[in-house]
Each structure stands twice: as C-alpha cells, then as structure tokens.
Design a protein around this ligand. Structure first.
Ligand SMILES: NC(=O)c1ccc[n+]([C@@H]2O[C@H](COP(=O)([O-])OP(=O)(O)OC[C@H]3O[C@@H](n4cnc5c(N)ncnc54)[C@H](OP(=O)(O)O)[C@@H]3O)[C@@H](O)[C@H]2O)c1
Length: 320
C-alpha cells in the first residue's frame, strides 16, 4: 500500500499476529486486533505491543483494511456475522489468508459493498518473530477481483513477498498441493527419524539432513527424474526386507511406507524407469505386507486395496 492504512486483525493467530507485525513494520497502523486465548494474547504482547485488543466487531469497525486470519472452517461464520452486524461496511477492504477459500466465502462482505481479496501465504507459520524473516520471497496465492488485484500487489509488496494468481475454482487444489507437500513431509520425516532412532542412530536428524536436503533440492529441480532407491531400481527383495522389519518394529509406519511405495512405483513406471513386470512383483510384495498387517490387526487394509485379489493387485502390472 503506498499510503498508511488502518489495518484491523481478526484473529491474532500464527498468521494474523505475524502479518500484522510485518505490516506495522512497513508503516501501517494496526488499529485493533481480536484474540482471546492465552496463546493469542501472548502473540499480541510479543509481536504487537501496545495494539488495542477488542472484539471482532469493534476490530472490523476500527479498520479500513480488515484482515481475517481465523481457521478455515470458522471463516464463513465470521464473515457472515461481521457483515450482518454492520461491522463490515461499503468501501472497506476485506482480506483473508486461507489457502482453501477464494472469494466466494467473502460474498457477504461483497454484498455490503466491501472490496474482497484472498491472499494466502504459502509458508508455515510458528506465530513468532522467526516467521518475519521468512516473509521476504514468500509466495502469496492470490484470488482477487479486477479492483483488488492492485491492492494485492501493494500488500504483498509491503510484506516482501511474491504473487501467484490462483483461479477461484482451483483454490482447493492449490491448497491440497501445498498441504500434501509441506504437511505430509513433516509426517514422513518424523517417521523416518523414528526408524533411524530405532536402528540405534543417536542423531537421526543429523543423519537425515544432508540426504533429505539433497533429495528435496533434486525433486524440486528435476521432479520424478530425481528418484533413486530400491523402488526405481526394482530391488524387490530389499523392499520385502524393509517390510518385514517395519512389521516387527514400526507397524504404524508400515502403512505409510506401503502407500508411498505404491505411488512411487506407479510414477516410476509412468516415467519409464521401472519395468511394469518389476512393478507387478513389487505390488505383490506390498499387498502381502498389507495382508499380514491386517492379520496382525494393525491395518484395516481398505486404503491399501487388500482383498482386491491377485488380478486387482496393481494398475500397472503387465497386461496378459
Ligand atoms: N499456520 C500456518 O502455517 C498458515 C499458513 C498459511 C495460511 N494459513 C491460514 O491462515 C488462517 C489462520 O491460520 P492460523 O494457523 O494462524 O490459525 P490459528 O493459529 O489457529 O489462529 C486462529 C485465530 O483465529 C481466532 N479465532 C478462532 N475462531 C474464531 C472466531 N470464531 N471468531 C473470531 N476469531 C476466531 C483465534 O482466536 P483464539 O486464539 O482466541 O481462539 C486465533 O487468534 C487460516 O485460514 C489458515 O488456513 C495458515
């Protein structure tokens, strides 16, 4: 924003408190902020000292630009309530940071004459000042009207970020891509650390960091071509041995290993690097592991296709 704007924030969560602090540092006034829990109050005290804390309706009335940073599932009710109460007014700018939602959720604000914008930071937030250093270069997935696109350019510029346009109908898919990559990566890495710990490694993170950093860099640069390891080599016996040990020591991880191994093999076949006949053998080994886990009572087998029978083992087995 070229000129100073009065920004109100509902609520002071991980994203709201951090973006408000960054906008304040860029010269805007934070008119008021809403947040009741102890965690929100702590964030306000540390990131937004001296900013007035008030109810959502009062925050909305205090602001020219209303930043809605509530959980995705709360957003429809919050917008509806603020618009119905008259706290959102014509000409006001109403912005949310949800990845999943686009502009449709802001319809009640649009109907009372507000300008609406969806601006999602593709970043993971801790709700501390650590996040402030991650904003420069951060991508913001933006869904805007013709009138609010310039606002997005200016706001993202103030935050030091980069805009990517996301069409309304692609919003959920965009968010699924980010969540699948970033959130499931956390689970994957945590499970890998558990396995290394069980193998006796005293510094699982230190052991994994160089490998995972290289794998991530390569995957981001080269996609499926970055894949190495037993699946793409077709080393069926190595995978079978993994599954035996996982069944014995970490049955919880066995399910995700099988799911990821299936997806990995499927992509390796499509990529032309794994022969369908080797993929078929792998599929059999994976199906047997699921059947064993079901027998052990540690997997339901539904997600893994147990019970499909020999012919249903794989979509990429060689055709007869
Ligand atoms: N966390 C991330 O890494 C991240 C990244 C990008 C985008 N986002 C998006 O940013 C938005 C906020 O996420 P977050 O992680 O910052 O959430 P959060 O940490 O859970 O904070 C949510 C905030 O909303 C307030 N709130 C909850 N229900 C409310 C209601 N009914 N009325 C008014 N205020 C309410 C909470 O107040 P109390 O504390 O008083 O309950 C809290 O201040 C979401 O749309 C999310 O998808 C999150």
């Amino acid at each position: 924003m070229s000129s100073m704007t009065r920004v109100g924030v509902v609520g002071a969560g991980r994203v709201g408190a951090v973006l408000a602090a960054a906008l304040r540092a860029a010269g805007h006034e934070i008119s008021a902020v809403a947040g009741e829990s102890a965690a929100s109050r702590t964030r306000i005290e540390t990131l937004l000292p001296d900013v007035r804390v008030d109810k959502p309706t009062a925050v909305a009335r205090s602001a020219d630009l209303l930043l809605l940073t509530v959980p995705d599932d709360m957003l429809p009710n919050v917008v509806t309530m603020l618009a119905a109460s008259g706290a959102i007014r014509a000409g006001q700018q109403v912005v949310h940071t949800s990845g999943k939602h686009g502009l449709a959720v802001l319809r009640p604000a649009l109907e009372v004459g507000a300008e609406v914008l969806a601006m999602h930071p593709a970043m993971t937030f801790t709700g501390t000042d650590v996040d402030l250093d991650r904003l420069p270069g951060c991508v913001f997935g933006v869904t805007a009207t013709e009138r609010t696109w310039p606002l997005a350019v200016s706001l993202v510029g103030d935050l030091g970020g980069r805009l990517v346009r996301v069409e309304e109908e692609h919003r959920t898919l965009y968010h699924a891509g980010l969540a699948h990559g970033a959130n499931h990566l956390v689970t994957l890495v945590s499970q890998a650390m558990d396995l290394l710990r069980a193998s006796g490694a005293d510094d699982p993170a230190g052991t994994l960091r160089p490998l995972l950093t290289a794998a991530l860099d390569n995957a981001l640069s080269y996609g499926d071509a970055a894949l190495t390891g037993p699946i793409v080599r077709g080393d069926v016996e190595t995978v079978r041995a993994h599954l035996v040990d996982l069944r014995a020591t970490s049955p919880g991880t066995l399910e995700s290993y099988v799911a990821m191994a299936r997806a990995t093999a499927e992509r390796a076949v499509l990529d032309g690097r794994l022969l369908p006949i080797r993929a078929g053998k792998l599929a059999g080994v994976l199906d047997d592991a699921v059947a064993d886990a079901v027998a052990d009572g540690v997997a339901d087998g539904v997600a893994h296709g147990a019970g499909r029978g020999a012919t249903g083992r794989t979509g990429w087995a060689p055709r007869a």
